[in-house]
Design a protein around this ligand. Structure first.
Ligand SMILES: NC(=O)C1=CN([C@@H]2O[C@H](COP(=O)(O)OP(=O)(O)OC[C@H]3O[C@@H](n4cnc5c(N)ncnc54)[C@H](OP(=O)(O)O)[C@@H]3O)[C@@H](O)[C@H]2O)C=CC1
Ligand SMILES: O=C(O)CCC(=O)C(=O)O
Length: 417
């Protein structure tokens, strides 16, 4: 029987937690203290928008303080509420543990649709939210460190860092109060694409395990695999670009305004240019446009990557999912009932708390960089350049050949952030 109401994200987290707990030999009281969200902050504040005072509802949840600071994004979406950020904060605790970064989990949000506001209005709302977080000690380099999530990005993180800085004038570590900042404001190279790149790495790793590939009913490597992506935002667009470089073929894309599909493949760059020009992915030349964003989930493909919203694969559509491999780039895109249906059908699901952990991993390096007040590699850079230079000269002397200039520059320069 199909449920009439979709479960909340917190229901889904609790179901999954209970399922995982069965594999542990841990007392129930301990499990309960791991499950619950420890600190929750719910705020309502007024901001003047177009000469009218509007009340905004905003939240921050710190799931676990077993490691500090707590860490997790801030989302701007119309229906954000306290239970939702509590569930997302719990996922952050598990995610940080899986990739072993020293944080407890947190998440926050403001209930608004960013498309309804001008940039200066969003700035005032964001700065007021950040001020409220400072007032209640829900932000700080050693307390709770937000980052981008759905509907937010580098710009919002820069506003938050600046607000924090203004309110704590003697704090030398102020920049470490938030990650995902622009490079010029203390950000780190690679954070922008980190979550999508992490999803790419997860898939590359999956295809290094022939037993898993076989269990999914697939063969070979990523090249030629047919991929469908839902959501062309920060996570989805970088993932799609990177996976195309691995030879995968994007056969479908779902966005807010519908789905496009082309069995022979879509060129991501051209789709983004089309969206930029027309404001929509619909009617992309050479592709079929389907009405609903969720139509993309049911397309025939090898790998399905939901990278937009929660609760997309539900008890209602799970039986129509054709992809044998599902990679959860979004947080909580699959309800627990859907998860059971998919597993029953023999599908492999790579869960969000592993698949999208690339973002918080790179955030960790940004935080460390801000606390150390030094760019990665700065101290050893010159020594590295001299060592590589000597190595190249030695090889050229021994072989009598000369390195091509571009290769020489590449080797001499070495890695950066
Ligand atoms: N940013 C990060 O580093 C991380 C994000 N995540 C998770 O990844 C997911 C996506 O986040 P992110 O990419 O940052 O968010 P963005 O806001 O950058 O992108 C979301 C994208 O989804 C689109 N979208 C909105 N509604 C729908 C819909 N109904 N169907 C299909 N697409 C839709 C949006 O379109 P439009 O622009 O029109 O709104 C937008 O292109 C979220 O679940 C987030 O929690 C997880 C780890 C880290
Ligand atoms: O980069 C971070 O700190 C957190 C990213 C995030 O919100 C997430 O992984 O869901």
């Amino acid at each position: 029987m199909q449920p009439s109401v979709e479960p909340s994200m917190l229901d889904v987290f609790n179901d999954n937690f209970d399922r995982a707990a069965q594999y542990l030999d841990a007392p129930e009281d301990l499990l309960e203290s791991i499950r619950i969200c420890h600190h929750m902050y719910s705020i309502q504040f007024p901001v003047r928008i177009k000469n009218k005072v509007r009340i905004f509802h905003a939240f921050r949840a710190e799931h676990s303080h077993h490691r500090l600071p707590t860490k997790g994004g801030i989302r701007y979406a119309p229906n954000v509420h306290l239970d939702e950020v509590a569930a997302l904060a719990a996922l952050m605790t598990l995610k940080c543990a899986i990739v072993d970064v020293p944080f407890g989990g947190a998440k926050g949000g403001i209930a608004l649709d960013p498309r309804d506001y001008e940039a200066d209005e969003l700035e005032r709302i964001t700065r007021r939210y950040a001020t409220e977080l400072v007032r209640k000690n829900f932000i700080g380099p050693g307390v709770d460190v937000p980052a981008p999530d759905l509907g937010t990005g580098e710009r919002e993180m820069a506003w938050i860092a600046d607000t924090y800085n203004m309110l704590t004038p003697n704090s030398v570590d102020a920049l470490a109060c938030v990650t995902g900042k622009p490079i010029t404001q203390g950000g780190i190279r690679g954070r922008r694409e980190a979550t999508g790149r992490g999803v790419q790495y997860v898939l590359q790793e999956f295809f290094r395990h022939p037993d898993l590939v076989k269990r999914a009913g697939l063969s070979g490597d990523l090249a030629g695999k047919r991929v469908v992506v839902q959501g062309l935002g920060n996570v989805g667009s970088h993932f799609a670009r990177l996976i195309q470089d691995d030879g995968a073929v994007i056969v479908g894309i779902g966005e807010r305004d519908g789905t496009i599909t082309a069995p022979r493949g879509l060129c991501l760059g051209a789709v983004l240019a089309h969206r930029h020009e027309t404001g929509s992915i619909r009617d992309y030349p050479g592709a079929t446009t389907l009405e609903r964003p969720a139509d993309c989930l049911e397309l025939d493909c090898d790998i399905l990557v939901p990278a937009a919203l929660e609760n997309q694969i539900t008890a209602h559509n799970a039986s129509r999912i054709r992809a044998p491999l599902i990679v959860e780039a979004a947080n909580s895109p699959t309800t627990s009932e859907a998860d059971a249906i998919l597993r029953q059908a023999g599908k492999i699901i790579i869960p969000d708390i592993f698949a999208n952990a690339g973002g918080v991993t790179v955030s960790y390096f940004e935080w460390v960089k801000n606390l150390s007040h030094m760019r990665f590699g700065r101290m050893a850079k010159r020594v590295g350049i001299q060592t590589h230079q000597r190595m190249i000269t030695g090889i050229e002397d021994l072989t009598g050949s000369v390195f091509p200039q571009t290769l020489r520059d590449d080797i001499v320069h070495g890695i950066d952030e």
